[in-house]
Each structure stands twice: as structure tokens, then as C-alpha cells.
Design a protein around this ligand. Structure first.
Ligand code: GLA
Length: 414
């Protein structure tokens, strides 16, 4: 009896010892959850890459911030000014990253203060690997230090790329930067940029606020650009790659079909179609052009408040392709309060005629279970590009969609 009690006591003592030891030695649980409540609608902003690539400095960024306000971009809802690749200088002897001292002589904190003073937010770029795609220092092994630095500067948005990541698993690598940002204590939007390689739409919603679904966009409406070891995709090619992904998007977590090429050289109708489709698929609206020298046509596209309202609708349901015939596509997007956006996209190089009878169609979205129910009452239609009343759904819609262009409407119950 005595020996059993002794034995039991010694087991209890060992359990106590082990649990104490575990408690002392490993009491830090990494928090891999992203900051919630950011990006409840698709983020809107500007990024330097599409137009300026590595050619960025503080003068440019300040001018862009000034023009955000002057051009009406800020009023239209654009908020983030994001520095892409190549802002980096070296790490110091302790491993902390600093901006390129020639291009950013006043430092990042001063630049962030300037951007914040305009009522805007600032973003930076890094990479999960040893080096960024542009060969600058990557964050691998420095994730917590980098996040601390971004928080100290006042950064609000981080685009985190995927070059030079041999041997890394995407989900784990992105979770590490998420944990680092959380630990640094400043709410920062995390833009996952691993090009859709490892299905980020599956694991991304908990880890970041948006995830690239494809490789890089190219400034053409309908082409593939071959760079030898990799290819970039035109606007239509990117759009096609969004098929099957809409169920993964919603408030706080978005599919990212890459930044806008509006104002970078496509024809005005193509820019309009590009912007309209990014609005329909609830894509982040990150302009990629030179805001200091925009044509009026470009301003009118980027700041079209009706089209932006479709993108920013608080239901956060990504639109879908309803039908395709002869390269004429019909897209729908359910909106708050039973409203709908509809967009006819003509991918053909000739104009196409629409004859759309609202009564003949079975207009139920199987994902959201919402219906355009014309039997229960007609909808008024507003043309979102001409800003004109376009009748109602009682009559068939008869119209012509010019080549590489869209017709886009908002349907509201009468
Ligand atoms: C990758 C990204 C681009 C851009 C460049 C910068 O290609 O996908 O969006 O950030 O790197 O080097």
C-alpha cells in the first residue's frame, strides 16, 4: 500500500515538473491570424510597379500623393499609396532594413508622415524569399524585424512577393509574416503575391486580406507576353483565370487579379472594359499609371463613382459570368438591397448587338441564391458610363456594344 502511494506521488510530481517546464520553456504561441476588420471592401489605391518598375524615389511618391488629392482619386475612394519593389537599401549590422538612402534620403517615416498628412495610407513591398524579384533584400529570416520596422515607420499595407523562395511552402511562409505583423502591433493589410501557385484562395482568407490569383498583368487587352522564362497576361487572359474562384472572396478577403493598367496605353474603350470588369469581380482597385499626367479620359474612368460603387458594394459578392456568345459576355453582380450590376463585355473586334429579354432568363445566382426577379416587379436601369437612365426591365434591352468595350448598368427596383 505504502509503495503504491509512493509510486503515485512520484508520477504526480513528474507530471507537475513536465508541465511547469513546458510552461516556462515554451509559453509563446505564435499568433498566425491576420488583423481583422481591414479591407472589408476591396482595397483601393495606387502602386508604383506597372508604370515605374524600379525607378521610384521619395519625390515621385510625394508628387503622387499630391495628385491623389488634386485629381479626385482620394475623393473617389482611393486610399493606399504603395511602393512596390526596389525601395530597399541594405540591412544594418543588426539586420534591420533601411530604404535606399539615395532615393529616399528623408527616410520612410518622413515619407509615411507626408502621405498620412494628406489623409492617405502608405504601403511597402517585400518578399518571402532571400531576395525580392528585383534582387533587393527579401524578408526570409528577418520577418519579425521587418514587420517591426514597417510598424515603426507607420506602414499600412504590405505586398509580399514570392521570388527566390526555393524550398519554402507558401502557406507557412505567409503565416510567418502574418504572425510578425501581428506581433509588431500595427494593423497592416497583407497582400499575398504568390501568383496563385499554391491555391492561396484556400488558405489565404485567414492569413491575408487579398491574394494574387495569377502571374503579372501586361498592358494589353488580349495578348500573352512571353518573357522567356515567364509570361505575363493581358486583361482578358487574367479575367479568364478568375473562373471558379468567386466563392473564396468576401469582406476582408479578396481575389486579386493584379493591379490596373488603366491609363498606361490601351485604347480608352479597353481601359473602360478593364476597369468595369475589375469592378464586377470585386477586385482590389490599385491604379498603376502616372497620376501626374492623366488624360481626362483616364481620370473619368478611374474616378467613375457609379462603377466604383459596384466594386465597393458592402455585400462583397464577386460577380459572375452568366453567358457567352460570339465573344459577347454577360456578367452579373448582386448588390446590397436587392440591387444588381450587369455588364455586357464585347471581346470581339467588331461591334455586337444585344437583345436581352429579362423575362426569358433564369436569373438566379446559385452561389448567393439571389434572383433578378422581374416577375415580382421591374427594375429601373441606369447606364453607369453615360450616367443616363436606360429605361427598365419591362422591355428587352436592345443595344450595341462597341468592340473591346462594355455596357454596364445598375438595376434598382422601381
Ligand atoms: C513580381 C510581382 C509584381 C511586382 C514585381 C516586382 O513579378 O508579381 O507585381 O511586384 O514582382 O519585382
Amino acid at each position: 500500500m505504502k509503495s503504491i502511494t509512493k509510486h503515485l506521488l512520484s508520477i504526480c510530481a513528474s507530471i507537475l515538473f513536465v508541465s511547469q517546464a513546458m510552461g516556462q520553456g515554451n509559453n509563446y504561441n505564435q499568433d498566425y491570424t491576420k488583423y481583422d476588420g481591414l479591407a472589408l471592401t476591396p482595397p483601393m489605391g495606387w502602386n508604383s510597379w506597372n508604370k515605374f518598375a524600379c525607378n521610384i524615389d521619395e519625390k515621385l511618391i510625394k508628387e503622387i500623393a499630391d495628385d491623389f488629392v488634386k485629381s479626385g482619386m482620394k475623393d473617389a475612394g482611393y486610399t493606399y499609396i504603395n511602393l512596390d519593389d526596389c525601395w530597399h537599401g541594405d540591412r544594418d549590422s543588426l539586420g534591420f532594413i533601411h530604404p535606399d538612402p539615395k532615393r529616399f534620403p528623408s527616410g520612410m517615416k518622413a515619407l509615411a508622415d507626408y502621405v498620412h498628412s494628406k489623409g492617405l495610407k502608405i504601403g511597402v513591398y517585400s518578399d518571402a524569399g532571400s531576395q525580392t524579384c528585383g534582387g533587393r533584400p527579401g524578408s526570409r529570416g528577418y520577418e519579425f524585424q521587418d514587420a517591426m520596422m514597417y510598424a515603426k515607420w507607420g506602414v499600412d499595407y504590405l505586398k509580399y512577393d514570392w521570388c527566390n523562395t526555393d524550398g519554402l511552402k507558401a502557406e507557412g511562409a505567409y503565416k510567418t509574416i502574418t504572425a510578425a505583423l501581428k506581433k509588431a502591433g500595427r494593423p497592416i493589410v497583407l497582400s499575398i503575391c504568390e501568383w496563385g501557385n499554391d491555391k492561396p484562395w484556400i488558405w489565404g482568407p485567414k492569413v491575408g486580406h487579398l491574394w494574387r490569383t495569377t502571374g503579372d498583368i501586361y498592358n494589353c487587352f488580349d495578348c500573352v507576353e512571353d518573357h522567356g522564362t515567364w509570361k505575363s497576361l493581358g486583361v482578358m487572359q487574367i479575367l479568364d483565370k478568375q473562373a471558379g474562384l468567386r466563392q473564396y472572396a468576401g469582406p476582408g478577403h479578396w481575389n486579386d487579379p493584379d493591379m490596373l493598367e488603366v491609363g498606361n496605353g490601351m485604347a480608352v474603350n479597353e481601359d473602360r472594359a478593364h476597369f468595369a470588369m475589375w469592378a464586377m469581380i470585386a477586385a482590389p482597385l490599385i491604379a498603376g499609371n502616372d497620376l501626374r499626367s492623366m488624360s481626362q479620359q483616364t481620370i473619368d474612368i478611374l474616378t467613375n463613382k457609379d462603377v466604383i460603387a459596384v466594386n465597393q458594394d458592402s455585400l462583397g459578392i464577386q460577380g459572375y459570368q452568366y453567358s457567352v456568345k460570339d465573344k459577347l459576355e454577360t456578367w452579373f453582380k448582386p448588390l446590397m438591397n436587392g440591387e444588381w450590376a450587369v455588364c455586357f463585355l464585347n471581346r470581339n473586334s467588331n461591334p455586337q448587338t444585344i437583345n436581352f429579354d429579362w423575362n426569358q432568363q433564369g436569373l438566379t445566382d446559385t452561389l448567393s441564391k439571389r434572383t433578378i426577379d422581374v416577375k415580382a416587379g421591374d427594375y429601373n436601369m441606369r447606364n453607369l458610363w453615360t450616367k443616363k437612365n436606360a429605361g427598365n426591365t419591362k422591355k428587352s434591352l436592345k443595344a450595341i456594344v462597341p468592340a473591346h468595350d462594355v455596357l454596364m448598368f445598375r438595376l434598382t427596383r422601381k
